[in-house]
Design a protein around this ligand. Structure first.
Ligand code: SF4
Length: 365
């Protein structure tokens, strides 16, 4: 069975492999490292749009190590999960300091942001090390192929998938084997519907034989509801400038720029919280904060509703600092902001444009 799975999969892959930018650099560990970090929780089609541009700007681990955090975040902008970019940057600094790239799965595992799956993918593709890379795609395929009827995302089901992946990955072409499973999960044994008619595993597949493939993988327990939080955010304007502030390092959207804001707990009055914030940041204002728009953003662990306000400062812009800047529309374009913040800025621009001759404070690339 093991030999048949490998043989069938590799034959299929040699005819059907996707042409992806990182597959043209398979022996280049740095290029594979960048690709695997970008691909964490992000679709292949999205990564395609960023990958070459990032490598053009940071062609080697040394260039990345020398770059400023702000520049790395700017080139990551739109990909989301910015902690990945920060970890990649930190990892590059460590590697540059040591003077050589990681030589094994174990050395990759020591770098920030690299878990078993990512280390397995990089080590097998770039170093030819026989290590499995079992992500959600692989778990789904194995659940169907071996008719595993327990939840494969946790506990015993997860361990069984890892055991199978470890037993199946070959000594020869381990990187191609792992990539073949990724492609099969994306092109044939997809989440919505297994296309068994064109699948190389069809004669071996227990799920298809029993007629339960489309019911697998099974999920245990009800899906947890994702909580919603409300953030009141304010555009404080002075002439043709708007005040932006930088988030602290370490948390969500770490180090990125955004409009001043306050997370609202139940019972907190948005305009009151923002008036205090505004007074602290910009002194006296003309009138009260005016609610002008709304934007929404979904994260893996919560949904965010932004209530967007605007106000004009009574005086001109105050001086800039490392964490606060009064920026024009052109300067705003150069700051690193999250995808959520882009939505906020776009909603604000749409709301203000017809009524006020406000600067076009954001243009999505
Ligand atoms: Fe998935 Fe069908 Fe292939 Fe089985 S035969 S692995 S269910 S696509």
């Amino acid at each position: 069975m093991r030999a048949a799975i490998r043989r069938r999969l590799m034959r299929w892959y040699d005819r059907n492999r996707r042409d992806l930018p990182w597959r043209r650099r398979e022996g280049d560990l740095y290029a594979q490292w960048v690709a695997e970090i970008m691909l964490q929780q992000t679709r292949v089609e999205t990564v395609r749009r960023y990958y070459d541009r990032f490598l053009k700007r940071f062609p080697s681990v040394q260039t990345l190590a020398r770059a400023r955090r702000e520049s790395v975040l700017k080139h990551w902008e739109g990909l989301g999960y910015y902690r990945r970019a920060i970890n990649l940057h930190e990892g590059a600094k460590r590697v540059a300091k040591r003077g050589r790239l990681p030589q094994s799965f174990d050395e990759l595992r020591e770098l920030p942001g690299i878990g078993d799956y990512t280390a397995g993918a990089i080590a097998s593709i770039a170093l030819g090390e026989s290590k499995p890379a079992a992500d959600g795609n692989v778990a789904r395929i194995f659940a169907r192929l071996f008719a595993i009827e327990v939840d494969v995302t946790r506990g015993a089901g997860r361990r069984e998938v890892e055991r199978l992946a470890g037993a199946l990955v070959p000594q020869k072409r381990p990187g191609d084997f792992n990539q073949a499973l990724m492609d099969l999960g994306s092109l044939v044994c997809t989440p919505a519907s297994p296309n068994c008619g064109v699948c190389p595993f069809r004669p071996l597949c227990e799920g298809a034989r029993r007629g339960i493939a489309h019911e697998l993988p099974r999920r245990s327990g009800a899906k947890r509801a994702v909580p919603e939080v409300t953030i009141a955010t304010i555009a404080i304007r002075a002439g043709n400038r708007v005040l932006m502030q930088r988030r602290d390092e370490g948390g969500l959207w770490s180090g990125l720029w955004e409009l001043p804001n306050a997370e609202l707990s139940s019972g907190t009055e948005a305009s009151g919280a923002l008036a205090d914030l505004c007074a602290k940041l910009a002194g006296r204002a003309r009138g009260e904060p005016l609610e002008v728009a709304e934007a929404r953003h979904v994260l893996t662990h919560r949904r965010v509703r932004f209530r967007i306000f605007a106000i004009d400062a009574a005086r001109g812009p105050r001086s800039n600092s490392r964490v606060r800047r009064w920026v024009t529309a052109a300067e705003l374009e150069k700051l690193s902001v999250s995808t959520a913040q882009r939505k906020v800025l776009a909603a604000l621009e749409r709301a203000l444009e017809p009524a006020v001759s406000a600067p076009p404070i954001n243009r999505k690339r």
